[in-house]
Design a protein around this ligand. Structure first.
Ligand code: ZN
Length: 161
């Protein structure tokens, strides 16, 4: 009864860490949709969602190492303010994207601003967190030929273009 690959799967979720702190939820929006078998969500989460039947609910626990990785102190750096555009809003919690020398986009978070020094953190915001997803499987359907071709879901909970 597992969900086959290349289906459009829609689910509602509430995400908490293992201390019960709220992290994210689909509660006020459309269900989250993805195309199965395409590594579009955490593999451990997809593994469990694949075993659900439509309309059922399940709590899926994922350890940090299988989620967004362990928190890596080496991914925290200090840079001078002059590395940012003059009009940049430099405040703790702000998210920016840096370009690596290879032209790769690397998102980071500002942890601290002290004098001319800015502490930036390339860890994923959910790194180091053991995750608990409360999942409700809402729908499984065939993708449209266009969705398959684009490799993503269109409409509510997906891409609009
Ligand atoms: Zn598209």
């Amino acid at each position: 009864m597992a969900i086959e690959n290349n289906k459009v799967v829609a689910f509602n979720y509430t995400l908490k860490d293992d201390e019960g702190n709220f992290l994210d939820s689909t509660e006020n929006g459309a269900p989250f949709s993805y195309i199965s078998g395409n590594n579009q969500i955490l593999p451990k989460l997809e593994e469990q969602v694949n075993k659900m039947v439509i309309g059922s609910k399940k709590t899926v626990k994922i350890e940090a190492a299988n989620g967004y990785g362990e928190y890596d102190e080496k991914s925290v750096q200090q840079v001078d303010k002059t590395n940012f555009p003059q009009d940049a809003n430099l405040e703790a919690g702000m998210r920016y994207i840096a370009n690596s020398p290879e032209g790769k986009q690397m998102p980071f978070t500002i942890n601290k601003v002290e004098g001319s020094q800015v502490t930036i953190d390339f860890n994923h915001p959910l790194a180091g967190k053991n995750l608990e997803f409360d999942v409700e499987l809402v729908d499984v359907r065939e993708p449209s030929p266009e969705e398959l071709e684009h490799g993503h879901v269109h409409g509510a909970g997906g891409h609009h273009h």
